[in-house]
Design a protein around this ligand. Sequence first.
Ligand SMILES: C[S@@+](CC[C@H](N)C(=O)[O-])C[C@H]1O[C@@H](n2cnc3c(N)ncnc32)[C@H](O)[C@@H]1O
Length: 248
Amino acid sequence: MQSEDFANLNQASQDSISRQAYVKNLFDNLAPKYDRFNRWVTFSRDESWRREALNFLGKDALNGVVLDLAAGTGDLANSAVKHGANKVHVFDISYEMLSVAKQKVRAVDDNHFVAFEQGSAHKLPFRDDSISGIVNGFAMRNVFHFLDDVLLEMYRVLQPGGRFAVLELSQPQNPILKYGFGLHLKTIMPIIGKLTTGQSSPFTYLGKTTMTFLNAPQFKSRLEKAGFQKVNWKTYLLGGIAIHYGEK
Ligand SMILES: C[S@@+](CC[C@H](N)C(=O)[O-])C[C@H]1O[C@@H](n2cnc3c(N)ncnc32)[C@H](O)[C@@H]1O
């Protein structure tokens, strides 16, 4: 199947297994050049959003066990380590993305711990109530086909009082900004993708999934449906980026 077939997240015609296989393959192929693309497309602003996401977790969560869910090349995990996190799990479905993460994320000393695990976010290999903080960056669109399962798994593994922060592309509320942002994702993002990775079709897919993903209030409702409390969000880049946060 082509990327176009998967770009509309609301289209129910593909089963979740073929969509998942498509996503995994996409990131396995992008892995060596993913970081370069990220820096270019955000003008390196993503680094400050990542720090901000860690601030939303707070000290108590960082002192316990942090899970970077769908961690990719591990940039949020790296921020967690720099924020003094004690134990960090770097978890992703893509072997190749994790391979890049392994080159970058290291425990600061023997008293700290970083583990790399491959698997799918809808079936986490962690015990109930065992994680104090979950961070997730730019990945919810990629698990949209089983989003509620993923959110329930996040809820299950978080300990009571544990916190989460989800950094995700969002849709500006203002219709003019929304139109301009959509145009940017549809046209500029594939060009930057081509320049930085030599491929454009993955970025056509990634841009289009943003416009069919939930807006911030809708995503808040889904998080609350999974059981999370004190859920809220903060937007950046005129509403094109959002950090959703809350607790169990
Ligand atoms: C856009 S990348 C984001 C990577 C990283 N979190 C970041 O902030 O840059 C999306 C990541 O989600 C991962 N992913 C997609 N489906 C997944 C699943 N079902 N379970 C775990 N990871 C998944 C991909 O392999 C990819 O690394």
